[in-house]
Ligand binder design. Sequence first.
Ligand code: GDP
Ligand code: IMO
Ligand code: MG
Length: 430
Amino acid sequence: MSSKKNVDLLVGAQWGDEGKGKVVDMLGSDVDVFVRFQGGANAGHTVISDGQKVVFHLLPSGMLYPGKLCVLGNGLVIDPEQFLNETGELFAKGQDRARLAVSPHAHVVMPYHKMLDKLQEEARGKGRKIGTTGRGIGPCYVDKYSRSGLRVEDLLDADVLRERLTYILDEKNQIFTKLYNQKPLPFDEIYEPARKWGEALAPYVDDTRALLRKAVDDGQHILLEGAQAALLDIDHGTYPYVTSSSTSAAGAFTGTGLAPNDLTRVIAVVKAYTTRVGEGPFPTEDFGEDGEKLRANGGEFGATTGRPRRCGWLDVPALKYSMELNGATVIALTKLDVLTGMGGIKVCVAYERDGEKLTTWPNDTRSLSEIQPVYETLPGWDDDITNCKTFEELPANAQAYVKYIEKVLNVPVGLIGVGADRNQTINRGM
Ligand code: GDP
Ligand code: IMO
Ligand code: MG
């Protein structure tokens, strides 16, 4: 057993779409094993390398590196159709299929989960809907926790699948017909494709916990790649406007079977401003010209659903909360280039409620709807920074913005994104 562990956990620090995909890809040349541990195809992780753009929904963003192992851990909810589409596209481009491992304990997103996701959203209606990605994530995790789920291993044995699906589908059909006034789903229409998915998935299924344990003990470099982000965490996010998994650091352990003391570093990916897709509180959202400009300059449209992202300024109390929750040891600051030409850069440093000042993130939806952000304005810059290779090449005000973030969050900024391409990154010793 090697003496030194080398396990990085990378998590989103805001409401998702911080640029996690790009950072994973950028760090990837040095990584041996890439791991997804929670969520499913609700993620949209964009990687741009040599002008070529790939968006990963389910697979780890390290898939473009030849010869490296990519793992889908037990904490995922796997949509087999999406899995086959995504792998099919990559294999058509010549990627090696032998290096993908799927946990038998990951849950399967079934067609009825996606149907339920849409029906529940419609039933919630305006003012209550969450604005989900429609990928069946919530209903699949509900089934996991109510012990009515199908795991990948259940698809591998036709008899087990038939037995479990008979009971499960019967229950689902009660819900479809009695609650939502829909037609029942015929058994064979669900069973037959699921059996085929099992055959297609079988070559990838492996004991991922044991694989990862060995890789860690052998001193291999593991990168645990979070999807979504801390403020969408089922426990610690802006509930009920959250996703249905543990998106912050703790999810990496339940979602893989690794242990907390396996971790070496926690990389929090922070966008230089804030965005959010879907419904829910967002104190620093800018509804005016600045918000429009951030959306246009940052290309802020959902990588999974194409929805325009809501845009606004950096929220320091929210980020302090996120740093605490994740035990962040280093920040990857992304999209600094998008702030070029914005004029003064607003930063929320506290909130006001009924004349009272709050300096910490009030983590309940009601309080969040009652607060007003208190801003400081930092000086901006106009020079193009997209070709800067070192920190010193950045304009003084851009350097000052980075130093300000380090100071208020008390976490060093190790990487700075100045463009979408893998190479448009300033590495400050990561
Ligand atoms: P993820 O879900 O966290 O992986 O992020 P997304 O891929 O959904 O959204 C981030 C978007 O910003 C993608 O279109 C990336 O190509 C792009 N991006 C990432 N880093 C940078 C950066 O430093 N500058 C610019 N301009 N774009 C970036
Ligand atoms: P990445 O990994 C941004 C949001 C949805 C919705 C809520 C619940 O690309 O950062 P779900 O379909 O998960 O039940 O939707 O969570 N959401 C994301 N927002 N980036 C994501 O992933 C997201 N995944 C889910 O918009 O508000
Ligand atoms: Mg995304």
